[in-house]
Write a protein that binds this ligand. Structure first.
Ligand code: SF4
Ligand code: SF4
Length: 432
């Protein structure tokens, strides 16, 4: 075994172990969280994945951002063949994808998708630096720069490695138009003779190290959505929009006051967030200057979860309480529950249930609700409506009118064929 091969194996092994440790840190809270019953029905859930992941339905509501993500997504998917090649050939010189088209159509696809990937990276840099939409305010800009740099390094390393190999007589040259053009430029960079082989080795290392760095970096970055996005879309809420998730009044603690109380899909939500800011952009509370950004709420919960998981003690947000320290009470009460954030999110992250559950804790456990709201809640509890200053109940207005009052779950006359017409005057009955 050559020294270089041994070094490759050590680096690959070390990176896999490192990435495995970082992924296991994320897997622990995910597996410990109670699972919601969201696996079925399969067909509509799987169709949602096709439409929203492969079809980029929600992402393409912003054509520029959607298109660049689409190019990046499909470019990356195709370049997985180059990842297989890089590691296979790096470990064994006998490895080849030739019998599957590795020197023909796969080679052509790699060249084309590598260029698409680089165009997408350039568009993403232009979007972040020049267009700089306000929805990115508060997002982690350094994280985005590292990710874009690593994606570019993967594509450039592969193209230049192939260019060097073409100068050394690679038979797939006819199927690699971009790499062939680059190969003609190598002599002007001083890569001739034995330097070409050295260049091929150096670029192969660049390619491999960029892939490994990407793998190790992902668990702590917004690019975790590469893994969390598909299951998060699959497990999305299929209930009618706006229907609240009911709570079990018998459980020892009502609502959400500790990050460990989140269900599995709710934890997955935190890992899936790309910090794209589409939710923030649509939020009326944020737009009107209220202390609420649905994006920062999700990021705050995620960072708190990871700080707790890492056992950071009092560092970061680990030592603080979820409500008050990580998420301010005024943030929780600033939400209008309009769901615009959830409608905008390309990964179907559920902001409102988390906010409602934190409110439930404040109202039911901490008896701590803002003055204006506590009066309304008390009034609803006593009289069925939120208004103060009256002793009328919710249904007094129609006591002498010809109005039929439904019981919970009862169908309306319109929905019930053959149902009797509305009762005559005095037919009122309060079925609450
Ligand atoms: S539901 Fe709340 S957080 Fe979401 S957009 Fe509406 S006000 Fe903002
Ligand atoms: S919650 Fe969704 S819309 Fe908001 S920043 Fe995260 S991924 Fe984007």
């Amino acid at each position: 075994m050559s020294i270089e091969l041994a070094l490759r194996l050590v680096v690959i092994l070390a990176a896999l172990v490192w990435a495995g440790l970082r992924f296991s840190r994320l897997a622990r809270p995910l597996l410990a969280a109670p699972a919601e019953a969201r696996l079925w029905p399969f067909a509509p859930r799987a169709w949602g994945v096709v439409v929203n992941i492969l079809g980029h339905a929600r992402l393409l509501r912003k054509p520029y951002a959607g298109l660049l993500h689409m190019m990046m997504f499909f470019g990356f998917m195709f370049l997985l063949t180059a990842v297989v090649q890089a590691f296979g050939e790096g470990i064994s010189p006998l490895f080849a994808l030739d019998m599957f088209g590795g020197a023909t159509w796969i080679a052509l696809g790699q060249d084309i998708f590598a260029i698409l990937l680089l165009v997408a990276v350039t568009m993403a840099v232009f979007q972040r630096v020049v267009l700089a939409p306000p929805r990115f305010e508060g997002s982690n800009k350094g994280d985005a720069a590292i990710i874009l740099g690593l994606i570019a390094a993967v594509a450039i390393g592969m193209l230049l490695q192939n260019a060097c190999q073409i100068r050394g007589g690679d038979p797939s040259a006819a199927w690699r138009p971009i790499s062939s053009v680059l190969a003609t430029l190598l002599p002007s960079l001083g890569l001739t003779g034995p330097a070409v082989q050295a260049g091929a080795t150096a670029f192969a290392w660049l390619h491999m190290l960029a892939i490994l760095a990407f793998l190790v970096y992902i668990p702590g970055s917004k690019h975790l959505h590469v893994f969390a996005g598909i299951p998060n879309v699959y497990l999305r809420d299929l209930q009618p929009a706006g229907r609240l998730i009911t709570t079990d009044l018998e459980q020892p603690k009502l609502g959400l006051s500790e990050i460990s109380q989140l269900g599995r899909k709710q934890v997955l939500d935190l890992f899936a967030c790309t910090e794209c800011g589409r939710c923030q952009e649509m939020c009326p509370a944020y737009a009107s200057g209220k202390p609420l950004s649905p994006k920062l709420l999700i990021m705050g919960l995620r960072d708190h979860l990871l700080d707790k998981q890492a056992g950071n003690g009092d560092q970061g947000s680990a030592g603080g309480t979820l409500i008050g320290s990580v998420i301010k009470e005024e943030t929780i009460w600033a939400c209008t529950t309009c769901r615009a954030c959830m409608e905008a999110c390309p990964l179907f992250i559920e902001h409102v249930p988390k906010i409602i559950d934190m409110r439930r804790h404040l109202a039911m456990e901490a008896a701590n609700v803002p003055d204006g709201i506590s009066g309304a809640v008390l009034s609803i509890e006593q009289r069925g409506h939120p208004w103060a200053g009256t002793r009328f109940s919710r249904l007094d207005w129609c006591r002498d009118l010809d109005v039929r009052v439904l019981k919970p779950g009862e169908a309306t006359d319109a929905a019930r064929p053959g149902a009797p017409a509305a009762r005559g005057k005095g037919g009122f009955r309060d079925s609450r």
